[in-house]
Ligand binder design. Structure first.
Ligand SMILES: *Cc1c(COP(=O)(O)O)cnc(C)c1O
Length: 547
C-alpha cells in the first residue's frame, strides 16, 4: 500500500501508515498533486486524451465485480487511475465545452477542498462541525440576503437562531427543490384540531382530515425533471405535478396558470405550491415572477422559485432586474455548483420566513436535540460535508463585483453568439438568450424558405429530417472531441409547435473566447456536408415543396 515497501502487503503496520504519513516526495501521487496545484488547466489538458473511446471499451476497464484480494501501491494505483479513468474523462472545463452547465472551476478550490476533506467535519450536528456550523449558517444568510434584501437586524436575529433556519445547504438543486416542496406540503397539511399534521399522520389521513381529493404542484412545461422526482417522493404523484403551457418566449402563461388553479380547486384538488423557474434548463428563460407571486398570494399557494441555474444572476447589479419578483417567493433554490463556480455537491434552498422550516423539523435523542443548533434537524440529508466552506471562500475571494463580471460577460457572450447565429443564412436561432443559454439549429436558407411554404404534412416531414440532421451533427461533433454543444427538444411557436431538435449552448465558462464560437458554427456546417444521404433527402423534399 505504501510505496517505500518493496511489495504491497496487508499488515496492520502498513495500514496505520495510510492513516498517518503520506508517500515519499517523488511518488506519482505527490507529483500529480503538484501538477494540479501549479497549473490546473495544463493538468487537465495533458491527462485527458482528446479522442473519444467508445463507452463499451471503457466499460471493459470497469467490468470486474470482485473486490481485490491483493493490495496495490498508492503510486501504482494512481497511475492506473490516470490511464483508465482520468484519460477518458470529459473535459468539462475546456473552453469549447459549451453544452452543459458544468464548467471550469477557480484553481483555489482544489487546495481548499483538501483542507475540507482533511478536517472531515460532519455538518449534520454541531458536535462534529463546530465553526463549520456557524459558517454554513452565514453562507445561507448571504444567499438569503442576496434574494430577500433584509436588513442587518433581521440577520442578527435569525441567522444563528437555534429554533429557526433561513434555509438548507444540500447536495444540489434536486434536493433543494424536494426540501422546498416538503416544507410547502407540510405547511399546507399542518396540524389543526385533533389532526396532528401530515408529518405525523401521513398523507392518507391528512387528505381525509382536510377533505381533499388530491394535491397539485404547478409549474411551466419547461420545469426541471427534479420536480417530478419531488412529486413522486412526497406522495403527490408525478401526475400531481401539473404542467402549464408557455408562450413563444418559453415563459409560463399566467392566465393559463390562474385558470388551472381554478379548475383544480373545482375538483377539490389542493394546489399547494406553484413553481416559477428563473432560468429554465433548456432555454434559460425566466418566468414572470411578479405576476406569479400575485396569483399565489390570491390563491394561498406556496410560491417556490427554481433558480438553481439562474439564481447567480442576482450577483450582477446590471442583470439582477431579470429576476424581478424573486424576493416575493416563499422559497428559492440556488445551485452554487452552477454559476457560482463551486464543485458539484453544493445546492441551497432559502426561505423568506425563518419559521417556515419548522414544519419539517426532526429531532433525535443523541443528536439534533431540541434547542440545539444542529443543522441536521432541518435537512433532508443526514451526514454532509463542509462544502459551504468553498462557497464562503469563493464569496470572499471573488466577491460580489467579481461574480458580477463573470455573470455579465457570460450574458454578453451569449448575446454576441446569438447575433452571430442570426447573421448566418444557414443557421436559425430558436431561442434568444435571456441569460447565457441559447438554442439554435442548422438550416440552409432555401430549406428554411421551403419549410415556411410547406403544407402541414410536408412541414412535419421536413422538420423530422432536420431533426435527424441536428442529431447527426451534434453527435459527430461530440465524437470528434473538438467542441461540444448539447441538444434538446423544443416546440417553437414559429414552427407550429412541432417537435424540434436544437443545439443547446451554455456560455458560462469564462475561458470560452468569441473565436471559439465561430469555430463551432464552422465545424457544424462542415459536419452537415458529411451527411450526404440526409442532405439529399432534404433537397428532394424541398424540390417537392417548391414544385
Ligand atoms: C440543475 C437544475 C436543477 C437540478 O439541480 P441538481 O443540482 O442537478 O440536482 C433543478 N432545476 C433547474 C432549473 C436546474 O437548472
Amino acid at each position: 500500500m505504501v510505496s517505500e515497501h518493496k511489495t504491497a502487503d496487508v499488515s496492520f503496520e502498513s495500514l496505520l501508515r495510510i492513516f498517518t504519513v503520506p508517500e515519499g516526495p517523488d511518488s506519482t501521487l505527490t507529483k500529480i498533486d503538484e501538477e494540479l496545484s501549479r497549473n490546473l488547466n495544463k493538468f487537465l489538458r495533458e491527462h485527458i486524451v482528446a479522442e473519444e473511446k467508445p463507452l463499451r471499451e471503457i466499460e471493459k476497464d470497469f467490468s470486474n465485480a470482485a473486490i481485490p484480494e491483493q493490495p496495490e501501491f498508492v503510486s501504482d494505483h494512481t497511475q492506473h487511475l490516470l490511464d483508465t479513468l482520468v484519460s477518458h474523462s470529459v473535459h468539462t472545463s475546456a473552453p469549447s465545452f459549451i453544452g452543459h452547465m458544468t464548467s471550469a472551476l477557480p484553481y483555489f478550490l482544489m487546495p481548499l477542498s483538501k483542507i475540507m476533506i482533511a478536517l472531515n467535519q460532519n455538518l449534520v450536528k454541531i458536535e462534529t462541525s463546530k465553526a463549520f456550523t456557524p459558517l454554513e449558517r452565514q453562507v445561507l444568510g448571504m444567499l438569503h440576503r442576496l434574494i430577500y434584501h433584509r436588513d442587518d437586524a433581521f440577520y442578527s436575529q435569525w441567522m444563528h437562531s437555534a429554533n429557526h433556519s433561513l434555509g438548507a445547504f444540500c447536495s444540489g438543486g434536486t434536493i433543494a427543490n424536494i426540501t422546498a416542496l416538503w416544507v410547502a406540503r407540510n405547511n399546507a397539511l399542518r396540524a389543526t384540531g385533533d389532526f396532528k399534521g401530515v408529518e405525523k399522520e401521513g398523507l392518507f389521513k391528512a387528505m381525509k382530515h382536510y377533505g381533499y381529493e388530491g394535491l397539485a404542484v404547478l409549474v411551466s412545461e419547461r420545469g426541471h425533471y427534479s420536480l417530478k422526482k419531488a412529486a413522486d417522493v412526497l406522495g403527490i404523484g408525478q401526475e400531481g405535478l401539473v404542467a402549464i403551457k408557455t408562450g413563444s418566449d418559453n415563459r409560463i402563461c399566467p392566465k393559463a396558470l390562474k385558470q388551472k388553479i381554478t379548475e383544480l380547486k373545482a375538483q377539490n384538488i389542493k394546489p399547494f405550491a406553484v413553481i416559477g423557474v428563473a432560468g429554465t434548463t433548456e432555454t434559460g428563460s425566466i418566468d414572470p415572477l411578479e405576476e406569479m407571486a400575485q396569483i399565489c398570494a390570491e390563491e394561498d399557494c406556496h410560491f417556490h422559485i427554481d433558480a438553481a441555474w439562474g439564481g447567480a444572476t442576482l450577483m450582477s447589479n446590471n442583470y439582477r432586474h431579470l429576476l424581478q419578483g424573486v424576493e416575493l417567493a416563499d422559497s428559492v433554490t440556488i445551485d452554487a455548483h452552477k454559476q457560482l463556480y463551486i464543485p458539484m455537491g453544493a445546492g441551497m434552498v432559502l426561505f423568506k420566513n425563518p419559521d417556515a422550516m419548522k414544519s419539517i423539523e426532526h429531532h433525535a435523542q443523541y443528536i439534533l436535540r431540541k434547542g440545539s443548533k444542529d443543522l441536521g434537524s432541518h435537512t433532508l440529508e443526514g451526514s454532509r460535508s463542509g462544502m459551504a466552506m468553498l462557497v464562503y471562500a469563493a464569496m470572499h475571494i471573488i466577491s460580489r463585483p467579481g461574480y458580477e463580471l463573470l455573470i455579465d460577460q457570460s450574458i454578453e457572450k451569449a448575446k454576441y453568439f446569438a447575433s452571430l447565429i442570426t447573421q448566418q443564412d444557414d443557421f436559425e436561432l430558436v431561442s434568444e438568450p435571456e441569460l447565457c443559454l441559447l438554442t439554435y439549429r442548422y438550416i440552409p436558407a432555401h430549406v428554411r424558405q421551403s419549410l415556411e411554404q410547406a403544407n402541414a404534412k410536408q412541414k412535419a416531414e421536413l422538420n423530422e429530417l432536420l431533426n435527424d440532421l441536428t442529431k447527426f451533427i451534434q453527435k459527430r461533433q461530440r465524437e470528434t472531441g473538438k467542441s461540444f454543444v448539447s441538444r434538446t427538444r423544443l416546440n417553437p411557436n414559429q414552427w407550429d409547435r412541432l417537435n424540434t431538435i436544437v443545439f443547446r449552448v451554455v456560455l458560462a465558462n469564462p475561458l470560452t473566447g468569441r473565436d471559439i464560437l465561430s469555430t463551432v458554427l464552422e465545424e457544424q456546417r462542415e459536419i452537415a456536408q458529411t451527411a450526404p444521404n440526409l442532405m439529399a433527402r432534404i433537397e428532394k423534399l424541398v424540390k417537392q415543396i417548391n414544385a
